[in-house]
Design a binder for this molecule. Structure first.
Ligand SMILES: *Cc1c(COP(=O)(O)O)cnc(C)c1O
Length: 560
């Protein structure tokens, strides 16, 4: 789907400019770290399919995220994941200039045009400061995704927000709305403010802001000392006015200068509203790109029984016409592939007939990857009555020491459970491995600490492949969950507000008792019920939680 091409033919009239620090566009372009990037990639893919006139702007991040290796005790070794834009993109001749530390810095754009089989296409611009005219220090600004200190980050945000706007202008784009995917690009609003002679209402009309972070500490903030040093003193008054008196809060800045602001699930909208009282915050629940996240065996089935589904995922509502045995076969094919991969790459002895739980996401404390292992004796007992095996994966951010320790702990647990329960931790969770896992396990487990999962998207990917969700009621799952119909919940209901200890106790109790008394018995003894839930995952969840629906809503609620 990704080919080189010329952007000018693709563009008539006005476009939506979509800014994101990371975009998971292509598995060969390692410029994404997790959910934010895969969401941005799915946004681009659905826009291309639907013919939405969108142009995406991100950083080249030549040194990418990183490739994760795990040693025999689960210590994370980080290898550079460099990529060469010249192999996959075209360098456009236009340049934009920004000022960093008082110096002019030239910004170029590498373009990849994502083309859809429907005929639509979306240009994606990877901004790059690695140009001969820049000083060695400035050449590195766009190298490392989420790397370096606050100064480095602010420089990147100047290139993304201000440089991005200027390059769009140099390329002749006429922009209807600027969509900031998270606050990293919100300096574009400063640029708009300056151009409009300081008219915030005019700026607000042109900006759309999607926030993804349900905790204060997660919002990008800079001291004004650093702002003065890196960006200069000229804009500080404006930044203070809209981005916070004491520190520049990028979320607040975007919030104050966007007419349309949204969270990424209904619950996340409520969390955001209580964090920022007085603001009108909407919600557009995330979705995933149906075709990209459906494995080959299920694509084949849908193509045969529901032709047209890929560009109209609503058709999955009629998955009931697909014979059950075909669903079972398609899943067995995906599961067989995953189990082979697990056994080959880790030396595990997994069995395709055994109930397989999957868990993969960024390894960080709030995701609680070890909750399943809170009581190993209980887990052994459950497995002795109806076996289970567990496939896990996830990278820890290089600076997240706790996240790294969690991986090591899982390695210890896996050794302790050896002989009773197979647990494998696969290295280097990326989009390719994600595709294998979300289609190849039987149950997709998610145990975040509420309300920290703004939306979550991997469970939606699983649902596209008939994999059943078993998750804490947070983010999207509150909207998708019907107990015993679309999947199972873990822990307190969405309205219950328990003290942390009690919440955790309830979570583990549910996790174990549902696994023992409901999930394993259904899997092994009530196959018809199981297949009905697989069908419901497709017909009730994938039907709705896809990025085509998400983008149609952005168009009608935010872009028009
Ligand atoms: C989908 C995806 C994510 C996000 O999953 P969550 O459930 O939102 O944590 C992260 N990383 C990769 C590689 C993915 O494919």
């Amino acid at each position: 789907m990704n080919e080189k091409g010329d952007f000018k033919g693709a563009l008539r009239g006005e476009s939506i400019a979509y800014f994101s620090m990371e975009i998971g566009l292509d598995e060969r372009i390692p410029t994404y770290a997790g959910g934010l990037g895969t969401l941005a990639g799915d946004t681009v893919r659905s826009s291309a399919d639907l013919g939405i006139p969108l142009v995406a702007v991100t950083l080249a991040s030549r040194k990418g995220s990183f490739r994760q290796e795990l040693d025999e005790i689960g210590r994370q070794i980080e290898h550079p994941a460099e990529w060469d834009p010249s192999e996959l993109c075209d360098l456009l001749p236009e340049r934009a200039m920004v000022r960093v530390r008082g110096r002019p810095v030239a910004v170029a754009a590498w373009e990849q045009i994502l083309k859809s089989p429907t005929g639509g296409s979306v240009p994606v611009l990877f901004l790059d400061t690695n140009l001969v005219e820049n000083s060695p220090e400035d050449r590195g600004i766009t190298d490392v995704l989420y790397g370096g200190d606050d100064r480095y980050r602010l420089k990147q945000e100047i290139v993304l927000g201000v440089g991005g706007m200027r390059i769009l202008e140099a390329l002749g784009f006429s922009i209807r709305k600027y969509h900031m995917n998270e606050g990293h690009s919100s300096l574009l609003a400063l640029e708009l403010l300056e151009r409009s002679g300081g008219d915030p209402e005019g700026v607000r009309k042109r900006c759309v802001f999607t926030t993804h972070t349900p905790v204060q500490a997660g919002h990008d903030q800079f001291s004004y000392e650093i702002v003065r040093e890196i960006l200069g003193g000229g804009a500080i008054e404006m930044l203070r006015r809209f981005g916070g008196r004491d520190r520049l809060n990028m979320t607040l800045f975007a919030l104050n200068l966007s007419m349309y602001v949204n969270g990424v699930a209904k619950r996340h909208r409520e969390t955001s509203r209580s964090m920022f009282p007085g603001y009108e915050i909407h919600s557009v629940t995330n979705g995933v790109h149906s075709h990209s996240w459906t494995c080959p065996s299920f694509r084949e089935l849908y193509d045969r029984y529901l032709p047209g589904w890929a560009n109209e995922p609503e058709m999955l509502v009629k998955v009931g016409i697909v014979p059950d045995e075909k669903i079972v076969e398609a899943h067995a094919a995906a599961k067989g592939e995953l189990i082979d991969y697990v056994n080959r790459s880790t030396g595990a002895a997994m069995d395709p007939e055994v109930l397989t739980l999957g868990f993969a996401r960024r390894s960080t404390e709030y995701k609680r990857p070890t909750l399943l292992f809170s009581d190993l004796d209980r887990l052994r007992r459950i497995s002795s009555r109806g076996e289970v095996q567990v496939v896990m994966a996830g990278k820890a951010h290089p600076r997240d020491l706790q996240g790294k320790r969690l991986i090591e702990e899982i390695f210890r647990v896996a050794r302790a459970l050896k002989g009773d329960i197979e647990v494998a931790y696969l290295a280097n969770y990326d989009m390719i491995l994600a595709s294998k896992m979300i289609s190849g396990v039987d149950v997709w487990l998610n145990t975040p600490l509420r309300p920290l999962e703004a939306s979550g998207t991997s469970g939606m990917k699983a649902a596209h492949n008939g994999v059943i969700n078993f998750s804490v009621l947070d983010g999207w799952w509150i909207e998708g969950w019907i107990e015993g119909v679309t999947g199972w919940s873990i822990g307190p209901g969405p309205e219950e507000d328990l003290p942390p200890e009690e919440g955790r106790r309830k979570d583990t109790e549910d996790l174990y008792s549902k696994l023992e008394y409901i999930i394993a018995p259904t899997f092994y003894h009530r196959k018809d019920d199981w297949v009905r839930m697989m069908n419901n995952s497709i017909g009730m969840l994938a039907y709705y939680f896809n990025s085509h629906r998400m983008m149609r809503r952005y168009v009608t609620e935010a872009y028009l």
